[in-house]
Design a protein around this ligand. Structure first.
Ligand code: DON
Length: 310
């Protein structure tokens, strides 16, 4: 781009582009509290390295960030235990749905990557480190409030309870991993922490702000605070690119070309290295469990800006 990008115009144009598809997709109904969300909502927020922001639509409405939280718990765990984490979880795309159990048996309880449910449970176990779940949840919440520079962020206890009541698949994954001794805390504690981290409720504006350090080699460009070292930040971006959309990660790289992480609440966090952090939300999901309209919006944004890393 030779002329200066007008972010306000950009978000308005992306908003226009997705109008015909608004409301498409199916809201996640395996977590009952998420099934009640209106699928016609759409929000988009961009936070740039130079401190500019732009947002549109339902950009200030808090939503359940679900698996987007896995990026932040991975960051937190790498800060706590460093490279030792990679002895317990891999970094290869799984080519499987987010809640798949099949690879775990063959791969002896070492999940393929930290962004599928199995891997995220191991990451959460590393954060727990023998403490009560409430303490770990409070740490994760404080971390997100700090990164987003917003103390209003909260955990939606209704969503956490709804998932705990129906989380049979995650309970299976956790028990299975524990049978290979790759969880050191009680399964119930790992699950409680995990369900609460997934139930973090944030708006696109808050989420884009929280992810900004990932566009900047691990340093928050607004405060100058180092969140993680540069190598860790590059690696987190690489894992988002290759694993952030589960078995649809290749398609997301093909269409959008940015590291991204989706959640079944309909949120996607995408990182344009050295440029911006982008959060989009629209609750209708595609067959892979990723926001249908959210991905379309990012595709439009990437095309309009040329921000694809490729
Ligand atoms: O564990 C679960 O099933 C949910 N709390 C999170 C799954 C999720 O967000 C998958 N993302 N697309």
């Amino acid at each position: 781009m030779t002329q200066k990008l007008d972010l306000g115009e950009l978000v308005a144009a992306v908003h226009r582009d997705i109008q015909p598809q608004l409301g498409s997709g199916r809201v996640a109904d395996y977590i009952p509290a998420l099934a009640r969300v209106d699928p016609r909502q759409f929000g988009l927020a961009i936070a740039t390295s130079s401190g500019e922001t732009a947002s549109v639509g339902d950009c200030a409405v808090p939503f359940s960030i679900q698996s987007v939280s896995k990026v932040f718990t991975l960051t937190l765990a790498l800060g706590r235990v460093g490279d030792a984490l990679w002895r317990r979880v891999g970094r290869e795309p799984s080519g499987s749905p987010f809640n798949s159990i099949v690879q775990l048996e063959r791969e002896l309880g070492i999940p393929r990557n930290p962004l599928i449910n199995a891997g995220a449970l191991v990451v959460t176990d590393a954060i727990l480190a023998g403490r009560p779940p409430q303490v770990a949840v409070a740490e994760i919440l404080a971390y997100l409030r700090d990164l987003a520079d917003d103390p209003r962020i909260r955990v939606d206890r209704e969503v956490a309870k709804s998932e705990a009541d129906t989380g049979f698949r995650n309970a299976s994954l956790a028990n299975f991993i524990r049978s290979f001794s790759n969880l050191s805390n009680p399964v119930a504690d790992v699950l409680e922490t995990y369900f609460n981290q997934c139930a973090l409720s944030m708006s696109c504006i808050q989420l884009a702000r929280a992810g900004l350090f990932l566009a900047h080699g691990g340093v928050d460009p607004i405060t100058g605070h180092r969140v993680v070292d540069g190598q860790a930040a590059r690696r987190i971006n690489a894992i988002m690119m290759t694993c952030g959309h589960y078995d649809a990660s290749g398609d997301f790289a093909f269409r959008v070309g940015l590291p991204g992480k989706s959640g079944v609440g309909g949120g996607i966090l995408a990182i344009a290295p050295r440029r911006a952090s982008i959060a989009v939300w629209s609750p209708g999901l595609n067959a892979a469990g990723n926001s249908l309209v959210g991905a379309l919006a990012l595709e439009s944004l990437s095309r309009r800006t040329g921000w694809s890393v490729f």
